[in-house]
Design a protein around this ligand. Sequence first.
Ligand code: EPS
Length: 388
Amino acid sequence: MTLTCKTAGESHGPCGVAFIEGLPAGLSLDTTFINNELKRRQGGYGRGARQGIEEDKVTFLSGVRLGVTTGAPLVVQIVNKDNRLDDLEATPPIHKPRPGHADLAGSLKWLSNDCRNTLERASARETAARTAAGAIARCLLHQFDINVFGFVRGMLDVTAPTEVTPENWKTIRDARDDSSTYCPDDASCKAIIAHIRNAKENKDTVGGLCETHVFGCSPGLGSCVQWNEKLDSKLAGAVMGIQAFKSVEIGLGAKCGQLNGSQVHDPIVYDKNNRETCHFGFTRPTNHAGGIEGGMSNGMPIIVKGTMKPIATLLQGMDSVDLQTGESARSDYERSDVCALPAASVVMENAVGFEIATAFLDTFGGATMEMVRASHDAYADAVRKITP
Ligand code: EPS
């Protein structure tokens, strides 16, 4: 069974949940790790007042016994403290849609001049459940030494010069964790803070660029045989599915269109002495492909970049229309964040982790962790038999 996840929950409803199917039995879930990912998602410079109210933590409602998966559908819950959906004074109708938000399209789709139902579900509060699902899936990846690492790469004119490698990523992760913007480069972090402050002063908002690296994937995750089995296609869908993301790139991404083939493609090098590693000795001096060729992992680190647009709720409002009168009006304002880019980098890290776990189980799946391990190890033995 393919690993799948659906989420449910309104921003100001009682809770968010993720419904996950396809995890093998016998996987120990590291609740400290999962809750820490939720805590990181709540943080970051630029967040609004809501995160002072919430204290996101997972409760497993099914599929887990004594901290270990049973193979049954897993439902994980994150309780909302700011639960006021049925209080009409506290969640008033919204009828001046915010440009950039789901408000207008959703109200027309669901035939209402009140954007409230749409915005409650479109809200990025949903990303708490998605982050939990990704962190749960990463508990499986950790058993196979596959690590996912995400950070903020830049904003406006700022691009962190940080180079991330399989050798240095843990040190860079420490720098990220010491940074209030989740950007590991100190000078870039300061410049990003200045941009967020400036946006706040101007009653504006700001987005930016997130990046996720995956280390330790063996070749062959994903497939070239069908368009919708390609790992890059799945990663792109997963990242574009995060609220406010407007572009996804793998490796060099859009820059590929500005270079010749000899500048884009990564030469292949073989070193028999590295046959015991995840890439079986096949490495590349460059990694412009971002670890994916023909829709399959190639043994190099997987690199995904995602762009988040500025949040659509502006304190200054924007030109819009009152859906009750048809007259021009400034858009409604709801309490919001000035910038949720650091949080988005955590969501992206975990969304990527979920897709990698899905591809991993599509390749090495089994009902139990023992079966998955046996399949994974048998594949590695088989590759070493057919390589020089
Ligand atoms: C959001 C609006 C804000 C954000 C929210 C996303 O919610 P509220 O109106 O309750 O302050 O805080 O993000 C979260 C609650 C979260 O946990 O990330 C929106 O309109 O998308």
